[in-house]
Write a protein that binds this ligand. Sequence first.
Ligand code: NDP
Length: 512
Amino acid sequence: MYVKGRISMNNTNQKKKLTTAFGIPVADDQNSLTAGKRGPVLVQDVHLLEKLGHFDRERIPERVVHAKGAGAGGYFEVTADVTKYTKAKFLSEIGKRTEVFARFSTVGGEKGSADAERDPRGFALKFYTEEGNYDLVGNNTPVFFIRDPLKFPDFIHTQKRNPANNCKDPNMFWDFLSLTPESIHQVTILFSDRGIPASFRNMNGYSSHTYKWYNEKGEYFWVQYHFKTDQGIKNLTRQEAEVMRSKDPDHATRDLYDAIERGDYPSWTLQMQIMTPEQAKDYRFDILDITKVWPHADFPSIEIGKLVLNRNPENYFAEVEQAAFGPQNFVPGIAASPDKMLQGRLFSYHDTHIHRLGPNYHLLPVNAPKNATDNSYQRDGSMRTDPNGGGGPNYWPNSFNGPEPDISAKEPPIEISGQADRHQYTHPNDDFVQPGNLYRDVMTDQDRENLAGNIIGHLGGAQKRIQLRQTALFFKADPDYGNRVAKGLKLDAKEVEKLADMSHDERAKATS
Ligand code: NDP
């Protein structure tokens, strides 16, 4: 689709002269240098060689997940006093604003895939605070499919392409999910109409993980972030999404850009759920388990701020493609929790950015701190574009007045006990409680009908034994849920119920 007016016009009377990348004037950019009128091209045409050579290297590796995305700049403003929970300076005063860059994305598809796919949406934020960059890398869903990072590469493989024919494969997708019962909560949200937001502006953002906040006194709290869209939740039905995918595969990217261009700035209200370590200790399930939400009745949300996006990127590659968000970037007052999925991400994001952008990706303008300075002792590496620490010391400790650690940035310790082992999360039988509550108590009958229809259309492409195994999980969440799906797939309801009554291992064996 052609869109007018996106390339900025040089409105000055003075036209710049074309140069090579090294600033050397170019006399002709249309005709290669040849030996005679009809002879071959000369290697001496260094402008041609430079131009082709750079073009050959234009593509950087796309993100292994979240490859397709859109981004925008804006600010975060504090609207409530949260100093009793966190000493983060950017959250220290009502009315305080911090510059932000946001990126929204789909997860499984490639960089050219359609925005209207059924997929979680990434909701990544970079806050340029005076204490360094704080990244909060969330999703539009409050839970996740798995709760141990060991399973992540396998899970993602099943969302990608079949290794033999390079096509998306419902067998891979549902085989893994039906053998991973902890996924049922996220599967239920993904296949509800929220699984295809109408735009990035019309969805919420959640930290999904539990994080740790701590105050000046060294007291700490477990927290979860909920960015509620001020535009209202709007979704596409599966039929609308099917049309949209072919009509405009970039519809959500375009929608975000156009809204900001016309001054219709999208915003989100940040609500926090906060609990003390004592509340967490005795709670009825492990609050670190990312497949579960914290029920609002037990942990009501408090409103603390506003996120506003009011600036489009000048250049997509520079700002959006090169943006690198990492959940390991905390500022004093905010820290990781022992949530295992988060722990895995603390490694993986930085690691993948080094692969994708190089070891000095933190120097790229979109990633560099804007309101703090980089005073590290890290040096050298490819594409070091800053003065590299100049002549200052490149080791610590030193007696040349180099930057020194700041004890006030220390986070309070948490108590850990037990044996080093490969432990499972506790309460695995609770996996079906929250998706069941969602199905029974939150969804309307129309939502339930759409949920079942969305599942049937997709799961129907998998082998029957996999359909049976997955439908048994829906039955375990709620019998009506399982029966609706069974009916749509023409499965024997009695067989589904029998499988639902089995243990996980028995069910896997019976459907192998
Ligand atoms: P509440 O009634 O207080 O909360 C229900 C929440 O459900 C609402 O906050 C809303 O989220 C969300 N919701 C509404 N429709 C859908 C949908 N189609 N798909 C996914 N979420 C939807 O009850 P509880 O806090 O006890 O939660 C009940 C169930 O709601 C949970 O088991 C979980 O499945 C789901 N849920 C809970 C959230 C939480 O943090 N407690 C957050 C999101 C979902 P929102 O206001 O964020 O739009």
